[in-house]
Write a protein that binds this ligand. Structure first.
Ligand SMILES: NC(=O)c1ccc[n+]([C@@H]2O[C@H](COP(=O)([O-])OP(=O)(O)OC[C@H]3O[C@@H](n4cnc5c(N)ncnc54)[C@H](O)[C@@H]3O)[C@@H](O)[C@H]2O)c1
Length: 455
């Protein structure tokens, strides 16, 4: 459910091609066809378009030629519970919510009800951070943060975002929502933190200098941001009676490791970035308060599309180079690394937020999926398979020594978390965005690269 309906509504004067674009962007498998006043006249699902595309339909024809003119609708004036039940009982994954004049005022989407199933299958209902509660996302304008904020508001959370906007304002588009309050500020400043924690139930802390090279630019600034600020935020959370803190750590804490590592494995950091993570983890776990539930997530290397795009992450970088330059360079290639899509990272964070606190308090989880460990050379093969005519160069030089194969059994067993998206999905998504939607043609812009922006 959302405030900004324009993502899911298209005018009846639009073409099928415009409908496809909108469906690709909104990720909801469909669009509602409306008149100017949002009066609903039809619905198109991507399955309708796929079926018809086998018959070579002309994409420039009007959406009216293929839309379903008597769509399944949910009335506005019934309870949310009943609305969800209507969607569950129907064979639909997406339904408009309409007022008595037949105008679209909102919608229900599959995720809205699946999320409820997840909640109800847990053993107890205590201590969860559920929709309508207030969540602070520090670093919420960043690569992961912006996708997370979007997901939180779609699920009905009230969100406050604190971000200093180191990498521009691209992601501010999603903050234009009555359930989001955006505050531009520095999380190293305790006055700012005290102010933003007011009335907050849970904090998700993603506001750091991210990546080994970015952290090496100014070591003291990195330590202040990635360690001291985290410490201060934690203390303020305890004082302000915040119930939950989720801290984004990284699998790079495992550094160079030749065995499959689990949460208890010996850590072997090879960078300041990883060392700051380890120290922050220790501080967070050192507090044992009954009312406070901190959880540490060690994220695999992330890929995929975001409102604040990054092209300094290996899958994203190699893919965009392959598409735009038809040539990629692989340094070494034998190193193992775990991967996870940005969508799945956010789903993982949500599942921790909504889990009973006894399952997650004072715990560390690797966040990823054991099936998604790959050697860098395998990433190149995936790309070569999907982006045609790509030349792969293998210079005799290794710039990154990290090598770790990670087990994600704990999060699977204890929270039932597995990933939904693959590296192939990201390659496809970025290829479409670049080639069809003409996005990211400026992929060399420093705003997409943490190091280039900070220098
Ligand atoms: N992206 C990955 O592959 C990955 C992997 C493992 C862990 N992580 C962790 O996930 C978190 C988010 O990473 P990301 O990829 O979204 O990075 P990002 O650089 O896109 O986002 C970080 C955000 O924090 C903000 N920020 C930085 N310093 C701040 C300050 N002093 N005050 C307020 N805001 C500040 C930045 O403006 C930015 O919007 C980080 O903690 C990172 O270490 C990311």
């Amino acid at each position: 459910m959302m405030d900004n309906l324009s993502e899911i509504i298209i005018l009846s004067s639009a073409t099928i091609e415009e409908a496809i674009k909108k469906i690709d962007l909104n990720g909801k498998r469909g669009v509602f066809i409306c008149e100017e006043d949002k009066n609903l006249v039809g619905i198109i699902m991507d399955s309708d378009i796929r079926r018809l595309s086998l018959k070579n339909i002309n994409l420039q024809t009007s959406v009216k030629t293929i839309m379903k003119t008597t769509p399944f609708c949910i009335p506005e004036d019934i309870s949310l519970k009943k609305k969800k039940q209507m969607l569950i009982d129907s064979d639909k994954v997406l339904a408009p919510i309409v007022n008595k004049h037949g105008c679209v005022v909102d919608y229900l989407w599959l995720d809205d009800i699946l999320e409820d199933f997840r909640i109800f299958t847990k053993e107890s209902i205590d201590n969860r951070i559920l929709p309508s509660q207030k969540v602070l996302v520090i670093g919420g304008a960043g690569y992961i943060g912006s996708v997370l904020v979007d997901k939180l508001i779609r699920r009905g959370y009230v969100v406050r975002v604190l971000d200093i906007l180191l990498y521009g304002k691209d992601s501010l588009q999603i903050m234009q929502n009555s359930n989001v309050e955006f505050i531009r500020g520095d999380c190293r400043d305790s006055d700012v933190i005290k102010q933003v924690l007011e009335g907050i139930d849970a904090v998700i802390h993603l506001g750091e200098i991210v990546g080994d090279p970015a952290c090496d630019i100014n070591e003291s600034f990195t330590i202040e941001t990635n360690f001291s600020a985290t410490n201060m935020i934690l203390e303020q959370c305890l004082k302000k009676n915040v119930k939950r803190l989720i801290f984004a750590s990284s699998c790079s804490v495992y550094g160079q490791n030749n065995i499959t590592v689990v949460e208890e494995s010996t850590l072997n950091p090879v960078s300041l970035y990883a060392r700051c993570k380890i120290e922050s983890e220790k501080v967070i776990l050192s507090y044992r308060c009954e009312h406070f539930c901190p959880t540490i997530l060690r994220l695999a290397t992330v890929h995929g599309r975001s409102f604040r795009q990054r092209f300094d992450l290996i899958v994203n970088l190699l893919t965009i180079k392959a598409i735009a330059e038809k040539k990629i360079q692989i340094f070494g290639g034998e190193q193992w690394r775990p991967f996870i899509s940005v969508q799945d990272v956010c789903l993982g964070i949500l599942s921790v937020l909504q889990a009973n606190s006894v399952k997650v308090e004072n715990k560390i989880f690797n966040l990823g999926d054991s099936r998604q460990n790959f050697q860098i050379s395998q990433i190149a093969s995936f790309i070569k398979r999907q982006v045609l005519d790509v030349e792969i160069e293998n210079p005799d030089k290794i710039s990154d020594n990290r090598n770790y194969n990670v087990s994600f059994d704990k999060i699977k067993q204890e929270l039932g978390f597995t990933t939904e998206f693959t590296i192939e999905d990201t390659i496809e998504e970025l290829t479409k965005a670049y080639s069809r939607d003409k996005l990211f043609q400026d992929y060399n812009d420093p705003k997409y690269y943490n190091v280039r922006s900070l220098k």
